[in-house]
Design a protein around this ligand. Sequence first.
Ligand code: ADP
Ligand code: MG
Length: 255
Amino acid sequence: MARRKKVYEGKAKILYEGPEPGTLIQYFKDEAAAGQPEVQPSAVEGRGVLNNRLSEFFMAGLNSIGVPTHFIRRLNMREQLVRMAEIIPLQVVVRNFAAGELSTRLGIPEGMPLPRPIVEYYYKDERLNDPMVSEEHIVAFGWANQQDLDDMIALALRVNDFLSGVMMGVGIRLADFRIEVGRIWEGDFMRLIVADEISPDNCRLWDMRGLAEREGTAGAPVEPGPLADVYTELARRLGVLPSNVTHAPKPTLIN
Ligand code: ADP
Ligand code: MG
């Protein structure tokens, strides 16, 4: 059997050639997303397995409500089959609550609800540290045209509504998230789809469970905090935790 061809290895995933033209296999690694210290500082055992499940859950959900994504099907614990897309070199960020860079740059208190979802773009270039860019830059440098931008905003806002609702259903606030968008061709028509992954590594999630109770007892208002053990906890709340990924101690030999 011929060895399958590795197309790309990034920080979180490895891409292999898929079984049919126009497809890819995404392999989810456990290694930490270096350069994303704000997300998770270190490698987490089972992170790849959980992100594979979680990205499947969100992408399949989006597909089912008519928001196009690259997801075709999950193949095994760490791999999923996706449609190959031509990635637009941008991270599209949607913010619902002030946090991170928005708070520090503009002095807006962390946690403040924003008057409307704010869409931002960051140019995907690690050497430059993914700098924020404007629509002017994007159009001038030919990364996308005005029509693409309109479609990208519409796509990102639909993803935002879906994800916010799903998270709210399990007691989690989606403060912000980022997606990658790619182009696919169907005959002469091009359309934009959600690509890459949707997982805790590109969402800022705050735990809302038990806030009301704590508020009552402590006196001072309680702020929602980050979700502890985010991969396992999110997978557990959404009911997609594979039974063999636990933090239980490894089996030991009995003498
Ligand atoms: P990085 O370290 O560059 O973030 P990852 O480890 O996340 O990389 O690997 C995923 C890579 O695959 C990214 O460069 C992403 O843009 C690309 N990618 C994701 N989905 C698709 C797709 N459907 N088609 C082509 N490329 C994709
Ligand atoms: Mg990545």
